[in-house]
Design a protein around this ligand. Structure first.
Ligand SMILES: Cc1cc2nc3c(=O)[nH]c(=O)nc-3n(C[C@H](O)[C@H](O)[C@H](O)COP(=O)(O)OP(=O)(O)OC[C@H]3O[C@@H](n4cnc5c(N)ncnc54)[C@H](O)[C@@H]3O)c2cc1C
Length: 305
């Protein structure tokens, strides 16, 4: 569910409903009352509901993917980052600190972390994205009374703020949400205060808010918010630039990239293949990217035309 945080932003919801409807998606425009009923909050002015959306347990997804690899005879090497790779004798040779492996085909799928473990791995791809720290946090399990009125049917929601307001339940009735923060000091402690106040503002019935877990990770932002998908050489592909929303996309890309390395011609792939195109002044932009938050806050506070 994507609720809108100002009356004028209902236009965004209307536009999205129109766009998705063209493809036959089960989407609906919600009035303010319907939104209040679904989310248990008066904070929003209507919204856009896509019934085909959902939320996942990310750890279970990772384990499931790992199991699928192992079941097919694949091997997973943990805690051994690839330092570099090269083409040798018609094969790809991937080097780590401890050893090397060679393979017919290669897929570089290191996303926002491409330049983080080894500067040599694929500098041109590393400089296509700005790794921006994104924070998640899980409240203590909500009381049953609170849970019954806060998003009672457990849909995942994220709204129209640039500084996103989002929430979903985990299996133990923790509300998983998050936020962004810039400046010095302990970011997690500051976030706990900011996000607890936000949750109380959105859902006054929530009572005291305490967090059991706070964590973060890099999302790979590109300048146009689109992913970069590359052919890197014979039987070699790479992609980066999740823009914080590629749980589903990365799985779909996995499917296409596996077809690519099995020899399906480029023209039959659902992949806009290109070569890497590093951002000029990447180091500077990377440092400035977190400051976008101030711009988002200014925009969020204004009504749209
Ligand atoms: C806090 C947070 C919240 C998010 N929320 C959402 C959301 O709500 N919805 C959504 O769709 N997406 C979300 N995302 C983005 C989502 O996590 C990514 O789009 C998705 O994980 C991309 O999958 P991937 O497998 O392509 O890359 P990743 O999951 O980033 O995996 C890249 C892997 O490459 C490994 N790696 C890097 N360098 C090397 C090396 N040199 N050698 C070996 N391995 C290496 C890394 O260790 C990592 O395991 C979120 C991300 C973060 C950080």
């Amino acid at each position: 569910m994507q609720p809108v945080h100002s009356p004028g932003r209902i236009k965004i919801a209307e536009r999205r409903v129109r766009q998705w409807s063209k493809f036959g998606a089960a989407v609906e425009l919600f009035s303010r009352d319907q939104t209040r009923d679904m989310l248990g909050s008066d904070a929003w002015f209507g919204g856009f509901w896509n019934r085909t959306g959902g939320h996942i347990n990310p750890l279970a997804l990772s384990r499931g993917l790992a199991r699928a690899v192992l079941d097919r005879g694949g091997r997973i090497y943990a805690r051994s980052p690839a330092i570099s790779f090269e083409r040798r004798n018609g094969h790809w040779l991937v080097k780590t600190e401890q050893g090397e492996i060679s393979g017919r085909a290669l897929i570089v799928a290191t996303n926002a972390y491409t330049g983080e473990f080894s500067k040599l791995l694929m500098p041109a791809m590393a400089r296509e994205v700005m790794p921006v720290l994104s924070w998640q946090m899980a409240t203590q399990p909500l009381s049953e009374t609170a849970r019954q009125t806060i998003i009672p049917a457990r849909q995942a929601m994220s709204d129209t703020h640039g500084e996103l307001y989002f929430a979903r339940y985990d299996a133990r009735n923790r509300l998983v949400t998050g936020g962004a923060v810039i400046g010095p000091g302990s970011k997690s402690e500051r976030l706990k205060i900011i996000v607890a106040e936000r949750l109380k503002r959105l859902w006054p019935q929530i009572g005291q808010v305490e967090f059991d877990y706070v964590w973060n990770g890099y999302v790979g932002m590109t300048t146009d918010f689109l992913p970069r998908i590359h052919r890197l050489g014979p039987d070699a592909y790479g992609w980066t630039g999740c823009n914080g929303r590629a749980v589903a996309l990365s799985i779909a890309l996995g499917d296409e990239l596996s077809k690519a390395v099995r020899g399906v011609p480029d023209r039959d792939l659902a992949l806009p293949l290109s070569g890497p195109s590093p951002i000029i002044a990447h180091g500077l932009l990377r440092r400035l990217a977190p400051l976008m938050l101030m711009l988002y806050r200014r925009r969020d506070a204004r009504e749209i035309a």
